[in-house]
Write a protein that binds this ligand. Structure first.
Ligand code: KIV
Length: 304
């Protein structure tokens, strides 16, 4: 696979200015001007300004281009692709080949968003060297601007080596879905004094190791607020309340696409902004009825 071209491939439609007025909204992560890729420096500057920002997952070039044109500054090629794109019942089976192929597609479909590739289960836990080998593959072969990996204190050595090698790392603590078999499901994390202290230690450990941001998944809002106040790097919440610096959602949840693949269950923290599953299903049925009834193709769709 060739290295994806990071330069702008198409004009980006400027996103609307963000809600609250900021001193210099042209620099905003969401709604800011410019077509160059968002970098870790832009993200650090947003934390200093106290600017909140949105992040979505993406798994293909076309969907990623929609989000890029909408001004979403950071796109995660999450291993949630296992559930949302590849038909598995967890993130555990996702491979480096799958992650590399879909990350490259998302990079090709975007010109402004920072694209983050997720290191799948089994691709970094063995050793820092294994993590570096696989993260390097995502940077070189897919063209991602950063990688994400799960774990706090337990992943600190991996983060350190990647950062030393020049690869920006987003950490992920709280509920770490690759450990679904150890957790026995997807329970809220950080409840109780000892668990809360462990989460704070994990957050500090990934910051000290050099992570540029940290995802907090399924954590009580008060604890996420405490972590956010205690760190210099931004927190990215998912089911972690409103005080995080950024919020991420899995795009198929956010847009009401996931329906049948999740048995109709949606986590409580998800807000659905559209019902794409209904829209797409309706379009498929309308096409089918036109074909069966002979209304499609009509004269204007035919060649003579
Ligand atoms: O894989 C993923 O989509 C994630 C987000 C939920 C943070 O890890």
């Amino acid at each position: 696979m060739t290295h994806a071209v990071p330069a702008a491939q198409k004009p980006v439609t400027p996103a609307p200015a963000p809600g609250p007025a900021s001193a210099d909204s042209s620099r905003s992560l969401y709604g800011g001007k410019g077509t160059r890729r968002i970098t870790v420096r832009d993200i650090a500057a947003a934390k200093e300004r106290g600017e909140k920002w949105p992040m979505l997952t993406a798994y293909d070039a076309m969907t990623a281009s929609v989000f890029d044109e909408s001004g979403i500054p950071v796109l995660l090629v999450g291993d949630s692709m296992g559930n949302c794109h590849l038909g598995y019942d967890s993130t555990v089976p996702v491979t480096m080949d799958q992650m590399t192929m879909l990350s490259a597609a998302v990079v090709r479909g975007t010109s402004r968003a920072m694209v983050i590739g997720d290191l799948p289960f089994g691709s970094y836990q063995e050793s820092p060297t294994q993590a570096l080998r696989n993260a390097t593959r995502l940077v070189k072969d897919a063209g991602v601007g950063a990688v994400k990996l799960e774990g706090g204190e337990r992943s600190a050595h991996q983060i350190e080596l990647l950062v030393q090698a020049g690869i920006p790392v987003m950490a992920h603590i709280g509920l770490t879905p690759q450990s679904v078999n150890a957790f026995g499901g997807y329970p809220v994390q950080g409840r109780g004094e000892e668990a809360a202290h462990q989460l704070l230690r994990d957050a500090k450990a990934v910051q000290d190791a050099g992570a540029f941001a940290v995802v907090l998944e399924l954590v009580p809002a008060e604890l996420a607020a405490e972590v956010t106040l205690s760190l210099n790097i931004p927190t990215v919440g998912i089911g972690a309340g409103p005080e995080c610096d950024a919020q991420v959602l899995v795009w198929t949840d956010m847009a009401g696409m996931a329906g049948g693949m999740t048995g109709g269950r949606m986590p409580r923290f998800v807000k659905q902004y559209a019902q794409l599953r209904e829209v797409l299903g309706g379009a498929a049925q309308a096409f089918a009825e036109d074909v069966v009834g002979g209304a499609y193709p009509a004269a204007e769709h035919s060649f003579h």
